[in-house]
Design a protein around this ligand. Structure first.
Ligand SMILES: Cc1ncc(COP(=O)(O)O)c(C=O)c1O
Length: 378
C-alpha cells in the first residue's frame, strides 16, 4: 500500500533541549530545568514568552473578530495606527502591512523603485534582508537562492562611504541597509556613516531604506534605531518583535515619497488582520512607555558589563541588541554550546567569533547577572 511520508525540509538544525513552555525570559524544559533565553526566538519574543497580558489581548480579539479581510475597516487597525504612529519620528508617514521581514523589505523596495522610477538598489556586504527574491537580491548571501535578481544591485563594503558615493549613480533608486548588521556579527555603523548615506541619498535622489526588522520595537533603547542614531530614512521596515511572536511585516514610507503611486502596487491576504494588529497595537503601546525603554537601556548596559567578565574582546551593539566579540580562547559555537549546558541560550552569527544577544526587552538587570555568572566560567 502506498502512503505519504512527510518530513521537514532540512532548513534548520535543532538545539539539544526539549522545551515544554516559555515563561517570560525563560525556557522551561521538559525535565524541569530553566534556561535563561537571551536569543528571544530569533529576536522575535520582544515581550518574553507567553506574556499573560498579551495572551488576553489575543483571546479577546479572537473572540470578537478573529479575521477580517482588507475590505473592512476594524478597530484593531485604528488602534495600531495610533499606537505605532506615536513611535515614529516626526513627519507624515504611510504604512503597509504584510507578514514577515522579507515581505516588508520586498514592498519597501517596490515602493522606492516605483517612486524614483529607477532600477538599481545600493546595498552592503554582510547585509541580510530576507529570502524572497528582492530581499535576497540585496542580501550578501553565499547561498544565493535565485538565479537572477529582479532589479539591478550594486553592493559595496559595509561602512565604506566613499565606495557608496562612487557606486551611487543615477539609476540607484534606493540605498538599503540595516542600521546595525546583526547576522553579520552585530556590526554597528561607524560614526558619520548613516549621516553620510542620508546626504548621499538626498544628493542623488535615491530613497534611504532602513531595515529595522531587528532594531525596531524598542530594541536599541528607542522605538527605532533611526532615533537612536538620529538619522531619518525615507522608508523603514520592521517585523520580528512588532507583534511579539505573531507574524507581521510593516513597511513605513515617507508620505511624500509614495504620494501618487497606485494603491494596487501592494497587497496581502493576511496582512492587516485584526488579531495580528491587536497584538501589534499592544506591543506598540508598551514600546511607547518611557519606563519600558529605560529598562531596555539599563538591562543592555548590565548585560554588556556582565559580558566583560567572560572571554570577550569587544562588546558592540545598542540597547538589548548586543554582539560579543570573543577572544581567541573560544569560538562562538563552542561558547554557545557551553553556555547552553550552563542554562543560558545565546545566538551565534556569521562571524565565527561573535555571539549575539537579543533577549526579551523585559529582561531585568538582575537577570543579566545570571548570564555573567555563566559566561565568566567559560
Ligand atoms: C535584518 C533582517 N531583515 C529581514 C529579515 C527577514 O525576516 P523574515 O525572516 O521575517 O522574512 C531578517 C531575518 O532574520 C533580518 O534579521
Amino acid at each position: 500500500m502506498l502512503m505519504a511520508i512527510l518530513r521537514e525540509y532540512p532548513a534548520y538544525g535543532r538545539l539539544p533541549v526539549d522545551v515544554e513552555r516559555t515563561e517570560g525570559t525563560e525556557l522551561v524544559l521538559r525535565d524541569g530545568r530553566r534556561v535563561l533565553d537571551l536569543y528571544g526566538g530569533h529576536c522575535v519574543s520582544a515581550m518574553g514568552g507567553s506574556d499573560p497580558e498579551l495572551g488576553l489581548v489575543l483571546a479577546d480579539q479572537w473572540s470578537k473578530a478573529s479575521f477580517l479581510s482588507n475590505l473592512f475597516e476594524h478597530a484593531p487597525r485604528a488602534a495600531f495606527l495610533e499606537a505605532f504612529g506615536a513611535l515614529l519620528p516626526d513627519g507624515e508617514w504611510r504604512v503597509f502591512l504584510s507578514n514577515s521581514g522579507s515581505e516588508a523589505n520586498e514592498n519597501a523596495l517596490k515602493l522606492a523603485l516605483a517612486a524614483t522610477k529607477r532600477t538599481k538598489v545600493l546595498c552592503f556586504t554582510g547585509a541580510f534582508h530576507g529570502r524572497t527574491a528582492g530581499a535576497a537580491a540585496i542580501s550578501d548571501m553565499s547561498f544565493d537562492a535565485f538565479p537572477r535578481t529582479p532589479f539591478d544591485v550594486v553592493r559595496v563594503p559595509w561602512g565604506d562611504l566613499a565606495a557608496a558615493r562612487a557606486a551611487c549613480d543615477a539609476e540607484v533608486g534606493a540605498i538599503a541597509l540595516e542600521p546595525i548588521q546583526s547576522i553579520a556579527g552585530m556590526r554597528v555603523p561607524t560614526p558619520g556613516f548613516l549621516e553620510g548615506l542620508r546626504a548621499l541619498a538626498d544628493e542623488r535622489g535615491a530613497a534611504l531604506l532602513f531595515d529595522e526588522v531587528q532594531t525596531a520595537s524598542g530594541r536599541t533603547g528607542a522605538p527605532f534605531a533611526a532615533q537612536t542614531y538620529g538619522v531619518l530614512p525615507d522608508l523603514i521596515t520592521t517585523a520580528k518583535g512588532a507583534a511579539a511572536g505573531l507574524p507581521v511585516g510593516i513597511t513605513v514610507a515617507r508620505a511624500g515619497l509614495v504620494e501618487g503611486l497606485p494603491g494596487h502596487l501592494l497587497g496581502s491576504t493576511f496582512g492587516g488582520g485584526p488579531t495580528i494588529l491587536a497584538m501589534a497595537a499592544a506591543v506598540a503601546r508598551r514600546v511607547g512607555d518611557e519606563a519600558f525603554l529605560a529598562n531596555v537601556r539599563a538591562s543592555g548596559e548590565a548585560l554588556a558589563s556582565e559580558a566583560r567578565r567572560g572571554p570577550v574582546r569587544e562588546v558592540r551593539g545598542a540597547g538589548l541588541l548586543l554582539g560579543l566579540v570573543l577572544d581567541d580562547r573560544i569560538s562562538g559555537k563552542a561558547a554557545r554550546d557551553a553556555l547552553l549546558a550552563r542554562g543560558v541560550l545565546v545566538g551565534t552569527s556569521d562571524d565565527p567569533q561573535v555571539l549575539r544577544l537579543f533577549p526579551a526587552l523585559t529582561l531585568t538587570p538582575a537577570e543579566a547577572r545570571r548570564f555573567g555568572d555563566a559566561f565568566a566560567t567559560l
